[in-house]
Design a binder for this molecule. Structure first.
Ligand code: FCB
Length: 490
């Protein structure tokens, strides 16, 4: 399949086919979906004794600003594309917005005490650009900086290392109005914002992340149209890829120029893909280029793959010549500025058919795009080690939503998921992958983008009427893993 209709989307997967997932297992198997030959990695079984992690391994939990903060128009915050999209697109499953979300803006102390109880060494969160620079250029909102200063002090008091994401999809609306990411100048606007942040907090020893999942923001936001800003234009999506990566590179340069403490890198969501039909090798290669190499190669090798964009099945159906014309002299050098850490978000794997479409080869969670396959984490991490230059890796997101039938805090499927992924992480470390930490998505139930509040990804249950927090069973289980710095077999 070519053309504009999206065929492979981490968030639209199966919605068109009517497949339903209950209890973590898909009820409907797609026609034509064949089970691939078992990969070598599938044969590995975890040892009967606990698997220990290296001393200093960072156990963490992750969140993002728009998904938890609320307080959307308080203390000078400007509107973001997600405020606009949630209010006006009609595309949020339950018609909700992030106006209140988990009210973290007012309840952060409670939430940080939860982190302390959990015992994490790291907390990944994002700064809302429109809170710090409400119109996305020019004037700084001191109250926005003050809010994040409180958070950073609150983490320091609790001896929790911050992992700070500068951009988790909440672009200031005025920057969108000026063209958004398809406009090259947005990269400069972003670098200015990053400069402000580094000027304010550059003495904080942290892992700094430039952008979260530029792929999801570009593809879902500008191609599939189910995320803000809601466009369906593959050329705009391709431009959004390049300009986000450029923003990343400029930010790494600003980080170095300001001598900021800690280390900096991007957060990429990556996924092993395999052919569901032996004849679909080319399509699978294209999908791999589009989903993985389009982001890894420019950042770590200073080049774009040639098979990610075009009219073949499995490619991003934008005009390659138009894309090439956006890549100016020096851009790839900027984008490949040396990074200190690579953030990897891992949720699962995908099969690819002859049309380059995604097919199901493993059970999904209630998030139907999430095909659960823990050995895929090992496959992915060892592949990065094999094919790219050595850089410390943090798993910056990994998790699963509640089952549909789940009642409150009883979440055995999350414990199973995390256990099996921790085991594969330990296995990857044994194989020499420089993996230094693992952040579970998410600390709290929150606003899950187009799914609104219908999907709960938290280790902590949030009652969105009373804002009461209740740790789930997985929270307690995770705290025992952290305390032991080891994951025990089931
Ligand atoms: C990731 C996003 C995060 C959350 C999880 C479930 O792609 O980075 O905000 O939505 O998926």
């Amino acid at each position: 399949m070519t053309g504009s209709a999206p065929s492979f989307s981490r968030r639209q997967l199966f919605t068109a086919t009517g497949a339903m997932a209950v209890g973590g297992v898909a009820l409907a198997t797609l026609a034509g979906c064949s089970t691939p030959a078992p990969a070598k990695t599938a044969m590995w079984t975890p040892p009967a004794t606990p698997m220990a992690f290296p001393k200093g391994y960072v156990w963490g939990a992750a969140t993002s600003a728009y998904q938890i903060e609320g307080a959307w128009n308080i203390d000078g915050r400007g509107p973001s594309v997600w405020d606009t999209f949630a209010l006006y697109s009609g595309k949020i499953a339950d018609g909700s917005t992030g106006e209140v979300a988990a009210d973290h803006y007012h309840r952060w102390k409670t939430d940080f005490d939860l982190l302390k109880t959990l015992g994490v060494g790291g907390y990944r969160f994002s700064l809302a650009w429109p809170r710090i620079q409400p119109t996305g250029s020019g004037a700084i909102n001191q109250k926005g900086l003050d809010f994040y200063k409180q958070l950073l002090d609150g983490l320091a008091e609790r001896s929790i290392r911050p992992a700070i994401t500068l951009f988790h999809w909440d672009l200031p609306q005025p920057v969108q109005d000026a063209g958004g990411w398809p406009n090259r100048d947005t990269a400069n606007r972003f670098a200015d914002y990053a400069d402000i942040v580094f000027g304010a907090f550059g003495d904080v020893d942290a892992d700094w992340f430039t952008l979260n999942e530029p792929k999801t923001h570009a593809f879902n936001g500008y191609w599939y149209g189910n995320h803000a800003p809601g466009l369906t234009d593959p050329n705009a999506a391709a431009a959004a890829v390049h300009h986000q990566l450029l923003a990343h590179g400029l930010t790494v340069q600003a980080f170095d120029a300001q001598g900021v403490k800690g280390r900096v890198g991007p957060v990429l969501n990556l996924t092993p893909v395999s052919a569901s039909d032996p004849a679909a090798a080319d399509q699978t290669k294209n999908v791999d280029a589009r989903e993985n190499r389009l982001f890894l190669d420019p950042v770590l090798k200073g080049s774009y793959p040639t098979d990610a964009i075009g009219t073949e099945n499995g490619q991003l159906p934008a005009d390659p010549a138009q894309f090439a014309s956006l890549v100016k002299e020096g851009d790839l050098k900027t984008i490949s500025s040396p990074i200190g850490v690579l953030g990897v978000n891992y949720y699962g794997v995908a099969g690819v058919d002859l049309n380059g479409d995604e097919v199901q080869i493993h059970p999904t969670s209630t998030a139907e795009w999430e095909q659960i396959w823990a050995p895929g984490l090992y496959t992915l991490l060892t592949r990065i080690k094999r094919e790219y230059k050595k850089v410390p890796i943090l798993l910056t997101e990994n998790g699963i939503p509640d089952d549909l039938l789940q009642d409150g805090v009883d979440d055995p499927q999350r414990i199973d998921y995390l256990r099996s992924h921790f085991q594969q992480a330990a296995r990857a470390i044994e194989a020499g992958v420089p993996l230094e930490g693992h952040y579970v998505w998410s600390l709290l139930d929150n606003f899950e983008w187009a799914e609104g509040y219908t999907q709960r990804w938290g280790l902590t249950h949030v009652d969105f009427t009373t804002q009461k927090r209740t740790p789930k069973k997985s929270f307690h289980w995770y705290s025992t893993v952290i305390a032991a710095n080891a994951v025990a077999p089931k």
